[in-house]
Ligand binder design. Structure first.
Ligand SMILES: [Zn+2]
Length: 254
């Protein structure tokens, strides 16, 4: 393919060969946000378009706000890898992937510039309206692949996006004292925590044992929704924030 018309009207086109058809007639019903995690955005753009990399995304948003579209929204880009959300494992078939240029934790993890975030917001609004994607399905790569991925990371301004109508958000409950659940704990409270995380969408077994996977999923939840402390301990603030988010979901009694 030499080119296509952009789905987002402000996007430049640079075609990636790394895509295929969405499987089983899947349509996009999720937006998945990443950071590039490479020292330079120029190299990231080339990598995502290099047949040898076998990775891609629908969009790359540069630090200066430029938006490059690489794969048509109708097609399946290769950005998510192994993961799950609400029991679904072929995340690439149901999502639109956005790579936000940022060197990531390995290279100092700078803040995301405002002009870049403005473009991400405009892009997400357009994608959500084209495909009727609900706010709670605008997610971090780390939400679908806990323990394997940490992007776009705890500096990604989810509250700023939510203020602009993008994504599902509640102000995190303040960090304070009180009871908490941590690795090694067992029993009904752990089972309740795991149930809440699973209902929200995270891939976690409801075993009643706070195991390493549970800790990793709690960390993923905190990285997105309570980024002031990402420690895998389900303290009151974490549980209360999760509870508030669930209460705001239609069709879920929490
Ligand atoms: Zn990613």
């Amino acid at each position: 393919m030499s080119g296509f018309l952009p789905d987002h009207d402000r996007a430049e086109i640079r075609v990636s060969p790394n895509f295929g058809p969405r499987r089983e007639g899947s349509r996009p019903d999720m937006i998945l946000i990443h950071y590039t995690g490479m020292e330079s955005a120029v190299s990231a753009e080339s990598w995502l378009c290099d047949p040898a990399s076998e990775v891609s995304a629908h969009y790359l948003v540069h630090e200066d706000g430029r938006i490059v579209q690489m794969v048509r929204e109708a097609d399946r880009a290769w950005h998510a890898g192994r993961g799950s959300w609400r029991g679904r494992t072929d995340i690439n078939s149901c999502s639109v992937g956005i790579e936000v240029a940022n060197p990531g934790h390995a290279f100092g993890y700078p803040a995301f510039p405002e002009v870049q975030i403005e473009s991400v917001i405009a892009l997400c609004r357009g994608i959500a309206s084209r495909h009727a994607i609900p706010p709670e399905r605008v997610l971090a790569h780390s939400d679908t692949a806990p323990g394997r991925k940490i992007d776009p990371g705890e500096k990604f301004p989810w509250a700023r996006l939510a203020a602009a109508g993008v994504g599902h958000w509640t102000e995190p409950a303040p960090i304070g004292g009180g009871r908490f659940l941590a690795e090694g704990d067992r029993g009904a409270p752990v089972e309740a925590l795991q149930s809440m995380l699973a209902i929200y969408g995270y891939g976690v077994d409801i075993s009643g044992t706070f195991d390493a996977t549970t800790r990793i999923v709690v960390e993923a939840f905190q990285r997105h929704f309570r980024a002031a402390r990402v420690d895998g301990v389900a303290d009151r603030s974490t549980i209360e924030t999760l509870h508030r988010l669930l209460s705001g979901l239609s069709g879920v009694v929490a």
